[in-house]
Design a protein around this ligand. Structure first.
Ligand SMILES: [Zn+2]
Length: 389
């Protein structure tokens, strides 16, 4: 019994150990697969987070481009509103002139009417109800001729007066009609302007909401881009004012006759690396080339701008080192992103065609060595391609 008990005890112990080992094994196996699953889940989470980050990044890039799109929308709304305001000022001046004109015509009309009344009274008082009576009452041939002459003069005068009155009356009618149509033009311009103002407000609000979502880094980038856009507008306004001041709002030469040479020796428009996309996009053409390449004046003229565009921290922004030349033929050219300190000409200086004005660099809003070249015609940015050899 003792042995049997011992045997049972051993068996029990072995069984317990076996069970424990078995359990341990099972338990170990569970932990391992758990860990593997956990590892997988962590991997998945990392992948998810990464894709989320990528998503956020692409979202932010989209946000930035949305902001830029809104900015150009805002800018074009502002331009359109400005144009409408100018149009309305012109129309309102026309209305004032028309109203003054109508008043003058009405005074004239009244005077003519009074004159006609006087004539009718005079004729009535003289008893000459008809010119024939006057002629018949004449005394002899000489008297007849003299009376005939007087009467024909009077008749002519009356006819002229009646014609004048009719002309004045139709003139007043015409001017009143023109006034009405000008007034309705103003009304249309006002309505259009209201619509533009509303669209502008919507775009500004939409943009502000997007800007609030940007990271600090993106905000800095955004500010830099906006500074560049503002510069583009400022330059446009400055050039337009200069063109107006110098009475060069229209080009006096055709592109083919402008006689530009290439701003870079040995290169033609076939070497343009980024084209012109208009006011809201790329406002000039780029020639990618190595740093230090001489930049040449495409035609003789006077330097109107020669500057280094830097922010308050002294960092190059926007056009960086840039030069604008007035060719005195209704066209001006701009050369940007020059190498630091390589500008060779000053404002007011006369330059000849082919003269080196600066060297190629990558200052300001630029990601590599290139010349950014713009053409202004009649004070407005124009696709330079037609002007380049
Ligand atoms: Zn460019």
């Amino acid at each position: 019994m003792n042995n049997k008990l011992k045997k049972t005890a051993y068996i029990s112990i072995i069984m317990i150990i076996v069970v424990l080992i078995a359990c341990g094994k099972i338990s170990f196996a569970d932990t391992k697969s758990d860990l593997q699953a956990q590892q997988r889940s962590i991997d998945n989470q990392i992948a998810e987070t990464n894709s989320e980050i990528a998503g956020v990044k692409s979202q932010m890039t989209t946000t930035l481009s949305q902001i830029n799109r809104l900015n150009s929308q805002i800018s074009s709304y502002e331009d359109e509103i400005g144009e409408l305001e100018t149009q309305m000022t012109v129309l309102n001046t026309q209305i004032d002139e028309k109203q003054n004109g109508i008043q003058e015509q009405e005074i004239k009309y009244q005077e003519q009417q009074e004159l006609l009344n006087k004539r009718l009274i005079a004729l009535y008082e003289s008893g000459s109800t008809s010119y024939l009576d006057m002629l018949l009452s004449s005394d002899g041939l000489a008297d007849f001729i003299s009376k005939f002459y007087l009467i024909s003069q009077l008749a002519e005068f009356d006819q002229d007066l009646l014609d004048d009155i009719e002309r004045t009356r139709s003139q007043i009618q015409l001017e009143k009609e023109q006034l009405e149509s000008t007034k309705s033009e103003v009304q249309n311009a006002k309505t259009t302007m209201e619509v533009k103002r509303n669209s502008l407000d919507v775009s500004v609000r939409e943009k502000n909401a997007l800007v609030n979502n940007l990271t600090e880094e993106e905000k800095a980038l955004q500010e830099q881009l906006e500074e560049f856009e503002k510069d583009k507008k400022d330059i446009q306004a400055r050039i337009a004012a200069l063109a107006k001041k110098n009475n060069r709002t229209t080009a006096t030469v055709a592109p083919s006759a402008a006689g530009y040479i290439s701003p870079l020796s040995g290169r033609t428009k076939a070497n343009i690396t980024t084209g012109y996309y208009g006011y809201a996009g790329h406002t000039g053409v780029d020639f990618a080339c190595s740093g230090g390449t001489p930049i040449l004046a495409v035609k003789s003229g006077v330097v109107v701008t020669s500057m280094a565009r830097k922010n308050s921290a002294g960092k190059y922004i926007s056009y960086g080192e840039y030069i604008i030349i007035d060719h005195e033929d209704g066209t001006m050219t701009l050369y940007a992103h020059g190498s630091p300190g390589t500008r060779l000409v000053q404002e007011g200086q006369r330059v000849s065609q082919g003269q080196q004005i600066m060297s190629v660099g990558t200052t300001g809003n630029s990601t590599g060595y290139h010349l950014h070249f713009e053409v202004f015609v009649g004070g407005k940015r124009t696709n330079p391609t037609a002007y380049l050899p």
